[in-house]
Ligand binder design. Sequence first.
Ligand SMILES: [Cu+2]
Length: 142
Amino acid sequence: MNITAMGTRLVALFLFSLMSQWALAHVSAENAWVRLLPPNMMTTAAYVTLTPSHDDRLVGARSDIATRVEIHESTMADGVMSMRPLEGVDMKDSVAVQLKPQGVHLMLIGLKRPLKEGEMIGIELELEQTGVQKIPFTVRKP
Ligand SMILES: [Cu+2]
């Protein structure tokens, strides 16, 4: 093998390893659900356990079902539960992050129609490293 052929192979190998790293970056989602509320409620919350394959950061979310989706954190102060928007949620390689009631959650604001128990809602998560990943959420009672 001459030097040029070897160089080409090395470049190809390098590119391949880069591409497979990109392809492998993903977040696995478990227990993804949306809180079923009375049909007149225009805002609800969504919860999911996310495990990233690499260090990543959740920076936003959106869904066809809602005007906008915000990342919120619930906090308890003096016996009163309140929530505030978060800019993002840091995620460590392979460490599960739980979005759950009374904690960090997704807020679906401005529902475009009433939700039905058992239906699936697609929510796109925007992740700094992985990009956009669409996850199916089940509508159910808490
Ligand atoms: Cu909220």
